[in-house]
Design a protein around this ligand. Structure first.
Ligand code: ACM
Length: 701
């Protein structure tokens, strides 16, 4: 089997993987049968396989440093976890090693933007060799090796392959907001493990916001003492996380969001704010008025000392100052601030914020850091090396690039919006508004970051909000642009999902535990049937529904309802939808496919009877009763439509209208959840209204 799969990204090779076929297999379905995620820049499959046995051994040739040695030790531990075998690690000699690892030089002591991350991996039946210019490339190559290991009838093995790989973008991040809900160190570390597995290389730590100031400051201790409810990272914790990330080739970029989103600072230091009086930690969600006073010199003196402390703590060259969503209300209503603006010729609150940003930038620069901020900071006069993080849209990212600024994309990668992986996957940092940039302008787009805002996230569900969807974003940021096949992505995502769980991520295990906690061992099976068919509502619907009901959610609310527990994307619903699509496309000729669809709908139809007593017994589950009844109705409707199709009948339009109305009811959000299986049932109802080869055949009988 020889299959060529593209060369290093170049326009001429965009369609190469799909065009090339050998026998009945295309390269993309060979890649699908492997668990590679992200897909490498270049792959060439060869004949044969390399067995992974308990005698597997590894040797390091060439350069050796702690980064590489620790990476190798983690690799061996992970290979043991994957295979369930105690893998012996050290080879007697390079020639006898199953895997030879060879770096030409060390990487930087801490990873840096733009560092060479490339590697070459050769796997032959007799052994494998991983080579890279530095240890960072080796770390990435070791992950690829792990992803290639498969179970076969003859044991664990990898296909023979030649891989030359490097990332498309140098900035591939994950932002976690630890202010709205505190996320403990062990959860951060676990997610850094996940990031390493999919070759993400920037952890953006959103450390302060209205709802919490989450880091110890020795210079201004009232920041964390009064602004965090005691939930903050000590400086020792911070060193620990930075070191943990460094070992995994991950940069840590801290964010202190100023001058807005800063209520928690004012609890201890009210003099920083634009109003007089005292302040309390914000408990609600939303955009609030409090903002720093940009007109007082004392504000800058404070920031001088504070940023000197924080820039020393974080080794990365980039330092994030936030800058988003300043509503300017406090500035507009303050006579002294208005007088200052007049005296300085500042016409609007935006201009005042630009004045503030310019002052802050000087402080950041004095501390030898490069400033990064959300796209609101983009304004004339901003130093050219500033990086813009775009949350408002690809157009603003493109605008920044045209003006000469570097940027990263986060619009389209907000994990808290509960989008399916495919929706994030379709967003390209060089797509939409950025598609017409000149090559020089396009080169300023450094990559992107998945963002997790934590209004509805705690340490309980943080993993399930990040994984596995973030692996799809990681692929978008690493792999060549031609890697866009959605079914292939889902195929490989399912494997990565399982692997992440083996390596310690808790997105699946927590779900099972929580369902058991909610339903008790006797009820968990029927609750699972419902849980598997639903998804949390999308976008900001949860906030809107609360507002419509006159409820003001706060950080004190427990997050223990089904909506907080189920994954953002229902695998059951997606697969059911695919089965229904295939059945319809095939004219209902696939009897095995039809049996699976039927069995699934029978399960839903019967489930409510089992689940109802379980729901009635719990104050947390009661709200699910209408959903469970609707799921049963959906199953029944789908079965009736399918029965009609099988009989070769076309149901009366009134009947179909009645089904459609019932499905429309079931599609409405309930308990902040959506029954994701409703749209495919509607497709079955629609299909029952037209003739199919199957109903034709039935009619002729
Ligand atoms: C943001 O979402 N306000 C950065």
């Amino acid at each position: 089997m020889i299959l060529l799969c593209g060369a290093l990204a170049s326009a001429a090779l965009l369609d190469a993987p799909r065009a090339q076929q050998t026998g009945s297999q295309t390269t993309s379905n060979v890649a699908d049968s492997l668990g590679l995620m992200p897909i490498p820049a270049r792959m060439q499959f060869r004949d044969g396989r390399l067995a992974v046995t308990p005698r597997f051994s590894l040797a390091i040739a060439g350069h050796r440093d702690p980064l590489l040695e620790r990476g190798v030790a983690r690799f061996v531990a992970h290979l043991s976890l994957l295979t369930g075998m105690q893998i012996a690690s050290t080879a007697e000699s390079s020639t006898k090693a199953t895997l030879l690892v060879e770096a030409n030089a060390s990487g930087n002591a801490t990873p840096q933007l733009g560092e060479d991350e490339s590697y070459t991996l050769d796997v032959d039946p007799s052994g494998a060799r991983l080579a890279a210019p530095n240890s960072l490339g080796i770390l990435h190559g070791l992950q690829t090796f792990l992803q290639l290991v498969e179970v076969t009838p003859d044991g664990f093995s990898l296909p023979a392959v030649h891989i030359e790989d490097r990332p498309r973008f140098p900035w591939r991040g994950l932002m976690i907001d630890v202010s709205r809900h505190f996320i403990p160190v062990e959860d951060i570390k676990r997610n850094l493990d996940g990031m390493e597995a999919v070759k993400l290389n920037v952890f953006h730590w959103h450390l302060s916001d209205d709802q919490g100031f989450r880091i110890e400051s020795k210079t201004y201790p009232k920041l964390h003492e009064l602004g965090s409810d005691g939930l903050y990272y000590t400086q020792e914790d911070v060193h620990d996380v930075i070191e943990y990330a460094r070992e995994r080739g991950i940069r840590v970029v801290p964010e202190f969001d100023i001058p807005g989103h800063s209520t928690s600072w004012f609890v201890g230091y009210p003099e920083l704010s634009s109003t007089s009086g005292t302040h309390a930690i914000e408990r609600r969600w939303g955009v609030f008025d409090p903002a720093m006073d940009p007109t007082r010199e004392e504000t800058y003196k404070f920031l001088e000392k504070f940023l000197a402390e924080m820039t020393r703590l974080f080794p990365d060259a980039y330092f994030h100052i936030g800058g988003d969503e300043v509503n300017g209300k406090q500035w507009e209503s303050s006579p002294t601030i208005q007088a200052f603006m007049k005296a300085h010729g500042l016409m609007t609150s935006l201009e005042l914020q630009q004045y503030f940003n310019a002052r802050v930038e000087k402080i950041v620069e004095k501390n030898h850091k490069i400033m990064i901020g959300w796209d609101e900071i983009l304004a004339p006069g901003l130093p050219e090396n500033t990086v813009i993080q775009s949350w408002r849209g690809q157009d603003s990212l493109a605008a920044a690039a045209r003006l000469g600024y570097r940027g990263i994309l986060s619009n389209g990668y907000y994990l808290d919006l509960m989008w399916p992986a495919a929706q994030h996957y379709s967003v390209d940092p060089l797509g939409a508004g950025a598609a017409n940039l000149s090559p020089d302008q396009a080169a300023r787009i450094l990559g992107g970051e998945a963002c997790l805002w934590t209004e509805y996230v705690t340490h309980e569900n943080v993993d399930s909000r990040i994984w596995p969807r973030t692996a799809a974003i990681a692929e978008r940021l690493w792999s060549p642009q031609w890697v866009q096949d959605v079914p292939s992505m889902y195929e490989r995502l399912a494997r990565e999902d399982w692997r992440l769980q083996i390596f310690g991520l808790e997105h699946r295990s927590k779900l099972t535990l929580r369902l058991e906690t909610l339903a008790g061992p006797g009820g968990v099976d029927s609750l699972r049937v419902l849980a598997d068919a639903v998804e949390p509502v999308k976008g900001y619907s949860r906030e809107h529904a609360a507002a419509a009901a006159g409820i003001e959610p706060t950080s004190a609310d427990p997050l223990n309802r089904l909506v907080d527990i189920v994954p953002p994307e229902s695998e059951t619903a997606r697969k059911f939808g695919e089965e229904v699509d295939a059945l319809i496309a095939g004219g209902f000729a696939d009897t095995a496919g039809e049996s699976r669809v039927r069995a699934q709908m029978e399960l839903w139809k019967a489930n409510d009877t089992h689940l109802e007593p379980v729901l009635a017994a719990s104050f947390l589950l009661k709200e699910l009763s209408p959903l469970s009844a609707d799921l049963a109705e959906l199953g029944k409707t789908g079965l009736e439509a399918l029965d009609a199709i099988d009989r070769g009948e076309q149901p009366q339009p009134e009947q179909r209208q009645q089904w459609t109305a019932q499905i429309a009811e079931a599609e409405k959000p309930q308990a902040d959840l959506l029954l994701m299986v409703a749209p495919p049932i509607q497709k079955l109802v629609n299909a029952s209204g037209s003739a199919h080869p199957r109903n034709e055949a039935a009619r002729k009988q």
